[in-house]
Structure formats: C-alpha cells, structure tokens
Design a protein around this ligand. Structure first.
Ligand code: SAM
Ligand code: ASE
Length: 360
C-alpha cells in the first residue's frame, strides 16, 4: 500500500486513527454555538461597540451584571473564536470587537444577525434537543419542545406574538446578506407586477424594488403577519411595496407577472407544494413566471452541508424538507410550469425560475 512516511504520527499532525480531530470538533460544536448565543444575549459585543476604547473583563462584567470569573472565561473563549481581540496593556487584558463581531453580532446595524442568533438560541436549539425523536417519528417536535399542538404548522410556529416577531426578524435578516444575489440570479426586469407569496415583513421585496426600479411588489401573507409587519417593520414607506392578507392555500391570489416563493416550499410536503404551485399557475398571467428561492441540495445529495443540516431543521421545525433542483423542477412541472431553469448563487440560497406559456 502507498503508506508514505509523512502520514505517520509526528508532533503536531497525529495520524487520523490516533486523533479523531473532526469527531472531537463535532462532538463539542454546540459549545461554540452556545458561547456565541450567550455573548450576544449578555450584550458583550454591544457594550464593546458603545465604549470608545477597549474594555477589561471587570468593566464588561459590571455593565452587563455578570460574575467576573464567568465573564473572564467567556471573553477568553470569544478571543479563541476570533470574535474579540485581546490587547495587554500594563499587565491588564483589554478586549475589543473584531470587525465581523462588530458588523454581525451587535444588536443594530444593517447586517446584524443578532435576532437570528436569538431565534437559534431560544427556539431552534430547543427543537434540536428532540432531533432523535424527530428522526424516529419523521415529524416536527413542537409538542415535546413547547407543549403546543403541531396540527397547524404556522399556529405552532406563531404560538405567541413574541415568537412570531422573533421568527419574522429571523426571516428578515438573511436577505440583507443574500437577498441581492437571489433577486439578480435571473434577469427579472421583464416582470413589472410581482407578488411575494409568504413574503413576511418584506425584506426580499425591498431587494426586488431596489434591483428593479420599474417593479411593484405585493407581499401576500397571513393576516397577523401583515398586521405585525405594518406595526413593527414599516415596509410601506416604500411606495412600490404593499401588503395583501390571506391564506395562500385557500384565498384568491393577487394577479401578477411574477410570483416569488422564498423558503415557502421547503416548509411543506410534495402534495401541498403542488397544490400551492397549481393555484399560482392559475393566477399567473400568461407569459408570467414563478421564482423559487431555496437552499438547493446537490443532485446526489452529497451537499452542501448547510442545506443538508437545514433539511434536518425542516424535519424538527416544519412539514417539509430541502430539495434538489430536479425535485423543484418536478414540482413546478406537475403544476404546469415550463422552461424551468435554476441558478446557484454560491451563498446559502439559490433560485429556480419556471414560466407559464403565453398561449395557455
Ligand atoms: N418568504 C419569506 C422569507 O424567505 O424570508 C418568509 C418565509 S417563512 C419560512 C414562510 C412564510 O409563509 C411566513 O411569512 C408565513 O407567515 C407565510 N405563510 C405560511 N402559511 C401561509 C398561508 N397559508 N398563507 C399565506 N402565508 C403563509
Ligand atoms: C423556515 C425556515 C427556517 C421554517 C423554520 C425555520 C429557518 C430556521 N427555522 O421556513 C431558516 C433556515 N435556517 C435553518 C437552520 O434551517
């Protein structure tokens, strides 16, 4: 066998069989997640942002009301994770945010992931406690994790107003980071009247109106989501964006040239996807189209890891799954759409476009 000398154990690079590096990393991966969750929840990055200079563990623990010993360990771990810089001055360690922590982990700011981290910490993490049960049973875990019925998916997801707002903030935040790529993956400029089905508080709608100056977007969502969007998210200050409330499985859909379904189909099993897409097909103007925005799996299921893990999350949290482009093509074709193409963006979310023929 081609067992070369340099694969054997030596200092710094132990052989794979004597040091299971990946397994140890995976086994304790949640320690990293929880360190980030807790640092955000305590406001460590916000305190450092507000200060004009690097701060000591004493100063930070005092502001956030934490034990000094606990805070010292947390700050050290954040330094190891390259979220904080540690400088030593006169024998005292002082901390400041790294650039990534400042941009993404502080509470406000256009690219903040703070609310998503809160949702991961307070909701997703608790659901994943029951991943084993989810795999055995093949279903979501709201009853065990939160004591609510999972019969109506969005009643479970929106089990309180607070939970709904947190979910909406989670939905919002990724489009500041990946939104432009998904709305420009295809040239959507021919479509002037756009309907974003399940468009939530309108973060992707805003990306559309800024990429396509001639379009208008109607956000279609459940009544309480529309009400909350108007109260908390002030999207209608953009004259080209409006809301329409209803149930996309039951109520008439607004007429449009293009329907966007972003992270909608991955919530539902195939039958419900086809039911919804068939309604979209009927409402769509001839010559119009539907744009799916989803995290596409490779055709052989071999990746990307993010989509594979998200598919597990869809199991614990929804009735759906992540799918391959071919699986979305099949769903679109079953509803009547033709000339279906997909584009990968290189970020988390990709785009699939299907057309309704002019003469049908
Ligand atoms: N499209 C948004 C995005 O990608 O950020 C939100 C996706 S979120 C996973 C699903 C959205 O569908 C939520 O805003 C939810 O309120 C909406 N929704 C769920 N069931 C619905 C229904 N029956 N009718 C209308 N909207 C619905
Ligand atoms: C949904 C999307 C999400 C339903 C529940 C959800 C996300 C988290 N929970 O349609 C966003 C994607 N992130 C993950 C971890 O799946």
């Amino acid at each position: 066998m081609a067992e070369s000398g340099d694969t054997g154990p030596c200092e710094g690079t132990p052989a794979a069989e004597s040091y299971p590096k990946k397994i140890l990393e995976y086994m304790e991966g949640f320690l990293i997640s929880k360190t980030v969750f807790t640092s955000c929840e305590l406001g460590v990055f916000d305190v450092l942002l507000g200060a004009e200079r690097p701060l000591s563990a004493e100063e930070i623990s005092e502001v956030v009301g934490a034990s000094l010993d606990g805070m010292q360990r947390l700050l050290a771990a954040c330094t190891g994770l390259q979220l904080l810089n540690a400088h030593t001055e006169n024998g005292q360690v002082l901390y400041s945010n790294t650039e990534q922590a400042r941009v993404y982990l502080t509470r406000s700011g256009p690219l903040s992931l703070y609310q998503s981290i809160q949702y991961s910490s307070r909701t997703i993490y608790l659901c994943w406690h029951y991943l084993t049960d989810a795999i055995r049973e093949g279903r979501n875990q709201y009853e065990k994790a939160f004591g609510v019925s999972s019969e109506d998916l969005f009643q479970a997801l929106y089990r309180s107003d607070e939970e709904m707002v947190k979910f909406m903030q989670l939905m919002n935040s990724i489009w500041n980071i990946c939104g432009k790529d998904v709305v420009t993956a295809f040239d959507l400029s021919p479509f002037k009247i756009i309907c974003d089905l399940g468009g939530c508080s309108g973060a992707l709608a805003k990306q559309c109106t800024s990429a396509y100056p001639e379009c208008t977007v109607t956000i279609f969502d459940l009544p309480k989501v529309v009400r909350t969007s108007r109260e908390h998210f002030v999207t209608e200050s953009d004259q080209r964006i409006s809301f329409h409330q209803g149930d996309f499985f039951k109520d008439p859909l607004p007429e449009a040239d293009l329907y966007i379904l972003a992270r909608i189909l991955h919530d539902w099993p195939d039958e419900r996807c086809i039911e919804l897409l068939s309604r979209v097909y009927k409402a769509c103007r001839p010559g119009g189209a539907v744009l799916l925005v989803e995290a596409l799996l490779h055709e052989d299921g071999s990746g990307p890891l993010t989509a594979q893990l998200y598919s597990l999350n869809m199991l614990v949290q929804t009735e759906g799954r992540e799918r391959t482009a071919a699986q979305y093509v099949a769903l679109l074709a079953a509803a009547g759409f033709t000339n279906i193409q997909h584009r990968l963006t290189g970020k988390i979310y990709d785009a699939v476009l299907g057309h309704k023929e002019t003469d049908s």
